[in-house]
Ligand binder design. Structure first.
Ligand SMILES: [Zn+2]
Ligand SMILES: [Zn+2]
Length: 302
């Protein structure tokens, strides 16, 4: 498998300043806190609904996909009962659209990392909007992680999310921890493995969690509990699923222990995704030519 020779751009993020990530998280926390306060001041969503709906944020911060999905299903059932008379049949149309958007933001943030949108300045804008839908650590962090993935694909240490040795659902559950561990290692490589570095990093990962909470709260007050539970959460889950699916199934381990990157189009899910999501499962092509917006357009053999 020819791997891309693309240099891992963005690694410098964590070497620019020992508190770079912390400052980025603080800026985001301020922006989304101001956004949430403005919305609450403008049109307080808790005026007409119970404050207890705030508990619907909890499942998104659980550590296992099955807990997140289980909590989300429970919430959806409660919301359906509570809002039964208000839910239009149009919801049946909006739900597939929400799931599609969850998939689409994975494709868009991925292309934004490779500057595949034009003009170039729009890439971080699209990337941050996608990162908001994904309630993630943000576009610069995604760019760092993804460029490391391209430079060190399937390296058990340097690839931030190597699937080797995991079942699919183990991979879904462990992806975030794998990425955090790799970011920690990069940070300690840059700033030295000392108690001071570890403490500074710990504060920043704490701020990262607060930033994710600030983003989630912003979306909650923006949409209100009904749309948050019945549309946003399915959209979020569909994004987690797609990321895990293409990172897992397109990077396979052969019987002799070597690894390969595949183009996948062999089942209905892959085929539909490739056609409505710009060839997202043509991942081998993507690794060969990351600048192609739609890697399905490239001719390559599996
Ligand atoms: Zn890959
Ligand atoms: Zn890529």
């Amino acid at each position: 498998m020819n791997k891309t020779t693309e240099k891992p751009k963005g690694k410098g993020l964590l070497s620019q300043h020992p508190f770079w990530l912390g400052k980025y998280c603080l800026l985001n926390i301020i922006i989304f806190a101001i956004g949430s306060i403005t919305i609450i001041y403008w049109d307080n969503p808790f005026k007409s609904v119970s404050f207890w709906w705030i508990l619907s944020l909890i499942p998104l911060f659980l550590n296992r996909f099955r807990f997140i999905a289980g909590g989300s299903i429970l919430l959806a059932a409660i919301a359906l009962i509570y809002y039964w008379t208000e839910i239009s049949w149009l919801y049946l149309l909006f739900l597939p659209a929400a799931i599609y958007i969850g998939h689409l933001t994975a494709v868009c943030i991925h292309n934004a990392v490779h500057n595949n949108f034009k003009p170039v300045w729009i890439n971080p804008v699209i990337g941050e909007l996608c990162a908001l839908q994904q309630i993630s650590a943000g576009f610069p962090v995604f760019r760092l992680v993804h460029n490391q993935h391209h430079a060190y694909s399937d390296d058990p240490i340097k690839d931030p999310h190597p699937p080797k040795g995991y079942s699919f659902w183990q991979f879904v559950d462990n992806s975030r921890a794998l990425i955090t561990n790799r970011l920690t290692a990069i940070y300690l490589e840059n700033w030295g493995d000392s108690e001071k570095s570890r403490n500074t990093w710990k504060i920043q990962t704490g701020l990262l969690l607060c930033m994710r909470f600030a983003k989630t709260l912003f979306i909650f007050v923006l949409l209100g509990p009904k749309l948050f539970v019945l549309l946003f959460i399915p959209s979020y889950l569909s994004n987690v699923f797609l990321f895990a699916a293409f990172n897992y199934f397109t990077h396979i381990e052969n019987k002799d222990g070597t690894t390969d990157i595949l183009n996948l189009d062999s089942n209905l899910y892959y085929a539909i995704c490739n056609r409505i999501l710009f060839g997202v499962f043509y991942h081998k092509n993507h690794h060969l030519k990351p600048k192609l917006f739609n890697p399905m357009a490239m001719q390559a053999k599996n």
